[in-house]
Design a protein around this ligand. Structure first.
Ligand SMILES: Cc1cc2nc3c(=O)[nH]c(=O)nc-3n(C[C@H](O)[C@H](O)[C@H](O)COP(=O)(O)O)c2cc1C
Length: 203
C-alpha cells in the first residue's frame, strides 16, 4: 500500500518533515512512502533573488510533482504545509483545489489522512493551520488521523507537534533543524497512518 506524503515547502523545513514521516511509514510491512510536492506559485525571479529560497528549492530538486493518480493509488495521505498567516499555504491549497475530479469520483472517500505543519514561531498557528484543512478532508470523505498521547514526545516537545498532527518550529530565519521530539512525533505519525491505511484498505 502506498502512503502519499504530499507537501509544499519554501525553505525546506516541511520537506524535511516529509522525510521523517516516510521513515515511519517504512517501519510498517506492506507500506511504501511516496513523497511528492506541488506547483510553486512564487515567481522564479523572487526565488532567484533570495539565498534562503534558492537553498530550499535546491534541497528539493528531484521531488516529483504530485499527480491525480498518486492520490488515486494511495491508501493513506499526509498533507504538509508551512503556516501562512495562521492557515494553509496557497501552494498546497492550489493543489487541493485541483482535486475536484477525485471529489466527483469519490476516489478519496474512506482513506485516512493527516496534516503536518511548520511555523516560524511557537504560537504561530500550527493547530489553526491543521484545522484550516479539516473541512477539506471531510468534504473529500477522508478519515482524519492525528497523534495520540501514547506518543510520549507530545508531553516533552518544546518545538512542534500536538494531538492534531506533527509540527515543527523553524525559527525566525527558518534554519532551526527538526529536534528529536519533533522527529519522533513525525515518525510515529507516519507509522500510524500506514497501519490505519492497511486496516482500512479495501481488499
Ligand atoms: C506570508 C507568510 C506568512 C506566514 N505566516 C506565519 C504564521 O502565521 N505563523 C508562523 O509562525 N509563521 C508564519 N510564517 C513563517 C512560515 O511558516 C515558515 O517560514 C515556514 O514554516 C518554513 O517552512 P518551509 O521551510 O517548509 O518553507 C509565514 C511566512 C510567510 C511567507
Amino acid at each position: 500500500m502506498k502512503v502519499l506524503i504530499v507537501y509544499y515547502s519554501t525553505y525546506g523545513n516541511t520537506y524535511k518533515m516529509a522525510l521523517e514521516i516516510a521513515e515511519g511509514v517504512k517501519k510498517v510491512d506492506g507500506a511504501e512512502p511516496i513523497i511528492r510536492t506541488v506547483p510553486e506559485l512564487i515567481p522564479e525571479k523572487i526565488i532567484n533573488s533570495r539565498e534562503d529560497m534558492k537553498r530550499g528549492r535546491d534541497l528539493q530538486k528531484g521531488v516529483p510533482l504530485v499527480t491525480l493518480d498518486d492520490f488515486r493509488e494511495a491508501g493513506a495521505i499526509a498533507f504538509g504545509t508551512p503556516t501562512r498567516f495562521g492557515v494553509v499555504s496557497a501552494q498546497l491549497k492550489n493543489q487541493i483545489d485541483r482535486l475536484s475530479p477525485l471529489w466527483q469520483e469519490g476516489a478519496l472517500e474512506g482513506k485516512p489522512a493527516g496534516i503536518f505543519v511548520s511555523t516560524s514561531t511557537l504560537h504561530g498557528g500550527q493547530e489553526m493551520t491543521i484545522f484550516s484543512l479539516l473541512p477539506v478532508l471531510l468534504h473529500l470523505g477522508m478519515i482524519f488521523v492525528g497523534v495520540p498521547y501514547s506518543v510520549k514526545n507530545l508531553f516533552t516537545t518544546k518545538g512542534g507537534g500536538s494531538p492534531y498532527g506533527p509540527g515543527h518550529i523553524a525559527g525566525p530565519d527558518n534554519l532551526r533543524e527538526l529536534d528529536e521530539d519533533e522527529k519522533a512525533i513525525l515518525r510515529s505519525f507516519g507509522k500510524r497512518l500506514a497501519e490505519i491505511g492497511l486496516k482500512l484498505k479495501k481488499s
